[in-house]
Design a protein around this ligand. Structure first.
Ligand SMILES: O=C(O)CCC(=O)C(=O)O
Length: 277
């Protein structure tokens, strides 16, 4: 199969702005398969993808596992972080219709504990994403500065763990990330971004592979479980896991639960309070 990585101008744009979109990845048929898988899991095991369990569905669903190991996505990621790539987590960002849920301005890398910053978030649209239904917005060039101060708000409508918020972000300078279902958006761990509520009558579904990390990335705060996505892991900084062959089998559920508890420790490290995610 031919390689479907980035052109040089796209790599330059990502390096200059700290994000890149839209990139065509999935066909309509592939999107339908993923959406149906999500709905099947939601209907049959509703507790398994809520709260903390919105994380790491790829451990319990072979269809989501296939998505994180998608060749087209990995070709793109390789052009930005190199050819030795680990999947270190995923998160569903689902916004119900006419819902106040929002994501405050933040930088992903602030609480993830990974260094060096040779990793990124790959966000796949499972539905069309518009300004009306709460698309992400990015502040160009913000990845070149230091981490900003984040204030933990624990706002009940905030979809982030602590409701962590960077104040005084210049909204007019931020760029909306408009996507068709099946398209991909990428952002750097220091890029300031957020998203508003879904004011439309349909769900907005995003699946964030958070993150693809290069094998030389260390975890400074706790422990993270990984899968090899491409290349070789010569460092072995993290515990490698198996890939699921069956949906919701108990061994994989245990693994997902273990990974989510480890993630929770990282994300709430030093926090005075624990939120609902
Ligand atoms: O889905 C959203 O609206 C925000 C997601 C996000 O903040 C992220 O993927 O880093």
């Amino acid at each position: 199969m031919s390689r479907s990585g980035l052109r040089l101008d796209q790599i330059n744009k990502y390096n200059k702005e700290g994000f890149l979109s839209p990139l065509n990845i999935l066909s309509t048929k592939e999107v339908t398969k993923i959406k149906s898988e999500l709905e099947l899991i939601e209907n049959s095991w509703p507790k398994e993808i809520n709260g903390l369990n919105r994380n790491n569905i790829h451990y319990i669903s072979p269809i989501f596992d296939e998505l994180v190991h998608n060749k087209k996505i990995l070709d793109v990621i390789e052009d930005l972080i190199g050819s030795d790539i680990l999947v270190a987590g995923t998160c569903l960002f689902l916004k119900e219709p006419e819902n106040q849920g929002f994501v405050s301005w933040h930088q992903d890398g602030k609480y993830q504990g990974w260094t060096p910053y040779n990793f990124l978030t790959a966000w796949i649209a499972i539905t069309d994403v518009t300004e009306e239904n709460g698309c992400m917005r990015m502040l160009p060039g913000s990845h070149k500065k230091k981490f900003m101060q984040h204030k933990d708000t624990f706002d009940e409508n905030n979809l982030l763990t602590r409701g962590q918020t960077i104040e005084n972000v210049p909204y007019k300078k931020t760029i909306p990330i408009l996507l068709k279902a099946g398209q991909l958006s990428l952002h750097h761990p220091k890029t300031i971004h957020g998203s508003g509520p879904n004011l439309s009558k349909k769900r907005r579904i995003g699946f964030a592979i958070q993150s693809y990390i290069a094998t030389n990335v260390k975890q400074k705060v706790g422990k993270v479980y990984v899968q090899l996505a491409r290349g070789r892991d010569n460092y072995h900084f993290h515990e490698h896991t198996t890939r699921p062959k069956q949906r919701m089998n108990s061994k994989n559920l245990n693994l997902r639960n273990k990974a989510n508890l480890a993630l929770k420790k990282i994300l709430y490290n030093d926090s005075k309070k624990i939120g609902k995610y």
